[in-house]
Design a protein around this ligand. Structure first.
Ligand SMILES: [Zn+2]
Length: 66
């Protein structure tokens, strides 16, 4: 399976980001969170979706900084 690279945290800038699958009420959901500051995106249907959403958010923050 191809690994998708996680962008650095949009809040603290660290690259200690983890993606994982959690079981929520009987369903597997994907979440992405920052180990350093605890920032987290909500659960998505799959890990890939969660990673995409994380990366999109990181891009938005980068744009705002310019
Ligand atoms: Zn962070």
């Amino acid at each position: 399976m191809k690994e998708i690279k996680l962008k650095p945290c949009p809040f603290c800038g660290r690259e200690d980001i983890r993606a994982k699958i959690m079981n929520h009420e009987g369903y597997d959901v994907g979440i992405v969170f920052c180990i350093n500051c605890g920032a987290q995106i909500r659960a998505f249907n799959s890990q890939a979706e969660a990673i995409e959403a994380w990366n999109r958010r990181a891009e938005i923050v980068e744009d705002e900084n310019e």
